[in-house]
Design a protein around this ligand. Structure first.
Ligand code: SF4
Ligand code: SF4
Length: 180
């Protein structure tokens, strides 16, 4: 049959020479290659002590933002969940009660809001879809874990801490995205 390329190699079953049979030249050749690598630049990154620089457009762990008064921006409209191609977002909406105006900016808020980080492909479409500037992707890396259910992030890990606000302006202004 006609070959598509000329890369075919005819296999020979000729008898091995004495030098080939003792394998020493091949072993020494292999050791020489290993030895040469001792003097080459090491490409291994000693994570987590060292980290690779990440691009300004990197999209990592989400944050649910609060406004300047510390109220949650999210109004549980569900547009992020609809836009999500991985169906990673779920939420339950609730009505704001009297006296909760300092907690939630709008009359409706997300009582629960969850993102399954194992489903998420960090495309950023939830951020694009949000009309309330409530959800943003940051340059924070989602930490590894041995338990699958630990990757379902609820409001406790998504809503920004009042005392540790996350600055998303840098990423938003540098060709769109970086933080903290
Ligand atoms: S980044 Fe993309 S995949 Fe992840 S939750 Fe947002 S829309 Fe869904
Ligand atoms: S994060 Fe934005 S799009 Fe998603 S439910 Fe909240 S307000 Fe709506």
């Amino acid at each position: 049959m006609q070959s598509l390329t000329d890369r075919k190699k005819v296999v020979s079953d000729k008898k091995m020479t004495f030098m080939e049979r003792i394998y020493l030249p091949a072993i020494l050749g292999g050791m020489w290659i290993t030895f040469k690598h001792l003097f080459r630049k090491n490409n291994t990154v000693k994570y987590p002590e060292e980290t690779r620089p990440i691009a300004p457009v990197y999209r990592g762990q989400h944050v649910l933002k609060r406004d300047e008064q510390g109220r949650e921006n999210c109004t549980a409209c569900g547009l992020c969940a609809v836009a999500c191609p991985a169906e990673a977002i779920t939420m339950v909406a609730a009505e704001r009660e009297k006296g909760e105006e300092h907690l939630y900016r709008e009359e409706k808020y997300a009582e629960t809001y969850e993102i399954n980080m194992l489903r998420c492909i960090f495309c950023g479409l939830c951020e694009e879809a949000c009309p309330k500037e409530a959800i943003f992707l940051t340059d924070r890396i989602v930490p590894s874990n041995f338990e699958r259910n630990e990757f379902v992030y609820g409001k406790d890990r998504l809503v920004e801490d009042l005392n540790d606000r996350i600055d998303i302006t840098k990423r938003q202004n540098t060709g769109k995205r970086t933080e903290k």
